[in-house]
Design a protein around this ligand. Structure first.
Ligand SMILES: [Zn+2]
Ligand SMILES: [Zn+2]
Length: 114
């Protein structure tokens, strides 16, 4: 799952060394975020003071992405379960399921400001 997010971000940044003033083709990636690419360990060390903050941000972002992604996966699983329950069982089971509660009658309209 995380690899997917990293892949998306990496596609934006890879191919060229992330260090400023270095446009070499990059072959190494940052072990922290795995998003920033460098041509050499030297460039990575040079860029680290400025990359450090971004590295943390990217890592946090990817963790968040993974959380959302797995939550989405759980939701899809749940929806498939519901699907199975509703359409994959005899009618008696459906009757047992409680119908959605009717919307409460709203007593609004008293908020007239004049
Ligand atoms: Zn470089
Ligand atoms: Zn990094």
């Amino acid at each position: 799952m995380l690899a997917r997010g990293r892949g998306l971000l990496a596609a934006e940044l890879m191919t060229r060394c992330h260090a400023p003033n270095c446009n070499q083709p990059a072959t190494r990636k940052c072990a922290g975020c795995e998003v920033a690419y460098y041509c050499s360990p030297r460039c990575q060390r040079q860029d680290w003071p400025s990359h450090r903050r971004l590295c943390k941000m990217v890592t946090a972002l990817l963790e968040e992405f993974q959380r959302v992604w797995s939550a989405l996966g759980r939701m899809i699983d749940w929806m498939q379960d519901v699907n199975t329950v509703v359409y994959g069982r005899p009618k008696e089971s459906i009757a047992e399921a409680s119908p959605p509660a009717p919307a409460p009658a709203q007593t609004s309209g008293g908020q007239i400001t004049s």
